[in-house]
Ligand binder design. Structure first.
Ligand code: NAG
Ligand code: NAG
Ligand code: NAG
Ligand code: NAG
Ligand code: NAG
Length: 426
């Protein structure tokens, strides 16, 4: 049995020997061991400490995932690349089977502490454990990252808005004397690079201009590189769903001014438009971006139109109330300017409203009616004259509202056109 055991031990040692032989035989293993044997990852990898380590950066925007105007956050997916030189990770490739490039664990080597200043949320990027090192010690660290960055988002031009968000890269600790930054590609190339952009979302990538700066602060001078992500909204869906219906509503509202002044149908009509506005505004609040600092101009215009509508509605109510009390107070007098069918039911007081007749010139008719109203009231007595002047005031007020409304509509059209012009010129 001892012979068996010795036989077994010889067998296992044989396995062990061949195994270690295979490992030491592997050039890759050999090289990796040689490189990391006396490596200290806590030390900036330069022979002469006065030598600056330059980190070359590159960034290409892959997708715009979310533009959160309420919290002023932009979520983008970018492809990020860092390249720097490590003087202690160089080898002579002809001494190692001609190996030109190997991968090393990122956790085992020195890496620059570069962060994005605008980070407001933890990055959800896959944790890639390896970097590529070539025989002259150049280290490439590529990784996709999801950046949630703080950004000042403007909404006043919605839906024709353009956003400009910066991603600022700098070392958190190293001054420019130790760690400098540089561009890997020319800034022109970075600016125009849209190859990797997923181009079918709501946002369109316009350009990525970039700048290099040295920031001076009390703690020292820091190198920083800024990439400005300039994106533009595609407005078609909002034009179809918001702008065109809002224009229809405003035009209908404008049309209601052509109903005769004293017509009760006008009140009903305006009330339905008011309901329309309200429903529209409730609907819109889901789609329109909200922010504490700016509000979309189209929302402001809708609110102004609502104010005009409410003013005009209250004026109509005052007018009808006025005419009604006027008539009930002078039942003895023949009021030939109003057709009255029954005294018992006030609903039957049919006002001179010609909605059944399809002719144009309602305004002139209203004017004529008003004139006849004022003339007949004037004929009655002194108080009637006073009331006529009230009517006149209401009529003038109506005209004023109409002109104001036209002005607002014109401004709305001009604003939309200029926003669109600015949008399309970018
Ligand atoms: C490893 O060594 C074995 C035997 O010594 C040899 O056959 C093999 O080619 C070597 N492998 C390499 C990659 O050099
Ligand atoms: C380091 O570099 C500086 C200038 O490049 C040189 O003056 C200095 O002698 C170098 N030091 C060493 C130890 O090589
Ligand atoms: C690399 O090694 C080869 C052979 O060992 C030698 O001829 C060559 O000069 C070395 N190159 C450098 C840059 O040291
Ligand atoms: C290592 O990579 C850098 C940058 O890509 C390049 O300039 C250098 O020539 C490469 N070295 C070798 C030996 O290929
Ligand atoms: C974006 O903003 C930066 C400063 O925040 C500015 O330098 C740059 O010109 C802007 N780019 C565009 C296209 O507006």
């Amino acid at each position: 049995s001892s012979a068996f055991i010795s036989c077994l031990s010889v067998f296992f040692s044989g396995i062990l020997i061949t195994h270690t032989h295979h490992l030491s035989n592997s050039t890759l293993h050999h090289l990796t061991q040689k490189l990391l044997k006396n490596y200290h990852k806590g030390v900036r990898p330069v022979q002469n400490w006065t030598q600056v380590t330059t980190v070359y950066l590159d960034l290409s925007v892959h997708a715009v995932l979310d533009v959160d105007t309420q919290n002023q956050k932009l979520k983008t997916s970018v492809w990020y690349q860092e390249i720097w030189n490590d003087e202690f990770l160089a080898w002579n490739s002809s001494m190692f089977d001609g190996i030109g490039e190997i991968s090393l664990p990122l956790s085992a080597i020195w890496a620059p502490d570069i962060i994005i200043n605008e980070f407001v949320d933890i990055e959800k990027s896959p944790d890639l454990p390896y970097v590529y090192v070539n025989s002259s010690g150049t280290i490439k660290n590529n990784k996709p990252i999801q950046v949630v960055s703080a950004c000042s988002l403007e909404t006043y031009a919605f839906p024709f808005d353009t956003q400009n968000c910066s991603l600022t890269f700098n070392s958190i600790l190293h001054t420019v004397a130790d760690l400098d930054l540089a561009f890997l590609r020319s800034t022109e190339d970075i600016k125009k690079d849209k190859k990797t952009f997923v181009n079918d979302g709501e946002w369109e990538l316009l350009s990525v201009p970039s700048t290099y700066q040295v920031m001076h602060s009390e703690a020292g001078d820091f190198a920083q590189i800024q990439f400005h992500v300039v994106i533009r909204r595609r407005p078609l869906a909002y034009v179809v769903n918001l702008l065109i219906p809002s224009i229809f509503l405003m035009v209908m509202d404008l049309g209601s001014f052509y109903l005769p002044l004293s017509c009760r149908t006008r009140i009903t009509f305006k009330t339905s438009i008011l309901v329309g506005y309200t429903v529209f505004k409730v609907n819109m609040s889901n789609e329109v971006p909200r922010s504490a600092v700016s509000t979309p101009l189209i929302g402001v215009f809708l609110t102004i139109c609502m104010v005009f509508l409410v003013l005009s509605l209250s004026k109509s109510i005052v007018l009808v109330k006025f005419l009604h009390t006027e008539r009930s107070s002078r039942q003895n007098h023949p009021l030939f300017c109003f057709q009255r069918t029954s005294r018992a039911k006030p609903v039957d007081y049919v006002l001179p409203c010609h909605e059944h007749r399809p002719q144009v010139g309602f305004l002139q008719e209203a004017l004529a009616q008003l004139q006849s109203i004022s003339s007949c009231i004037q004929a009655l007595d002194q108080t009637a004259q006073q009331e006529a002047s009230w009517l006149m005031i209401l009529y003038r007020f109506d005209k004023l509202l109409f002109q104001g409304y036209l002005l607002i509509l014109g401004l709305y059209a001009i604003t939309l056109c200029s926003l669109w012009a600015v949008w399309s010129s970018l």
